[in-house]
Design a protein around this ligand. Sequence first.
Ligand code: AMP
Ligand code: MG
Length: 322
Amino acid sequence: MLPPLSTMQTILTESPEIAASILNEGGVVAFPTETVYGLGAAICHPEAIGKIFRAKGRPSDNPLIVHIHDTSALPSVAREIGSDAWKLIEKFFPGPLTLVFRKSPDVPGIVTAGLDTVGVRCPSHPVAHEFLRFACCPVAAPSANISGLPSSTSWEAVRTDLDGKISCILKGGPSDIGLESTIVDCSAEKPILLRTGAITLEQLREIVPEIELASVHDKNEPPKSPGLKYPHYAPSAAIELLLPGDVAGGGPHTAYIGLNAPPPGISTAKTCRDLKEYARELFRFFRQCDDQGIRVIYCELPENRGLGRAIRDRLLRAAGLS
Ligand code: AMP
Ligand code: MG
């Protein structure tokens, strides 16, 4: 067990240039992206990468995604980029898609948790883009939250989890998507969807029809995406999953989020207009419920297609069922 980081002053700024200068000196900087807030360190400062794991309490065998400002930086981190991957890059970069490739020797092993592969993403958020442009090299970043808790979708949530443990928070507005990036493994012959997200399986298959969903993990095999074996997204409140029409026990300290009207007697409810709003609000709502001392959050399970597939994945993990 590593010793805790001593408390440091966390600088708040709206300037991507100031935030990048702190990163370039080996600092750990949280920054806004269109998916969730990231917690970044420059890959050319391996000692700073170690600070990400310590600040989050993240297991060291859970690899980080490398963020680039533009596809021109791709060859510096990844190799053997095949024709299917290029098609996905042309269609979805910059955006909420991470692709896994064989790694370049320039990416330190601490970033990829010793794997021979690396996850790469090019965010579309304008503030992230500026920040990455001012960075001295690509930026390794997991979500900016304490390991196991819901990802941060606002700078205020980052501050709640990480104030005094990181060098800087680059302030931007709330994350537009609210769920982590879709991850596709392009390092083997057949592309595999490792994590669902705002870029849906259906959209991916329009470009590369052969993409398959990762099979359920066989306990005797090492997991394809090591981080996914850990508990994720869990608020302190218990999560109860509801199908539309299910009856929930209401009462004090209960909450509901879903597309349909809440069951009767729920004390705090969020009815979302559509799946996009459900995704955007989910983690913010979990954190709000914890602040209010809610004991049970009833969550409506959307249909298993499109963006609904990604919301279901996060709900099942938050409930400890996946
Ligand atoms: P997060 O902590 O939400 O940013 O998620 C990062 C996740 O990306 C990790 O937990 C892994 O599941 C996945 N990931 C990153 N790099 C790789 C890789 N080289 N191979 C497979 N999955 C990866
Ligand atoms: Mg995370």
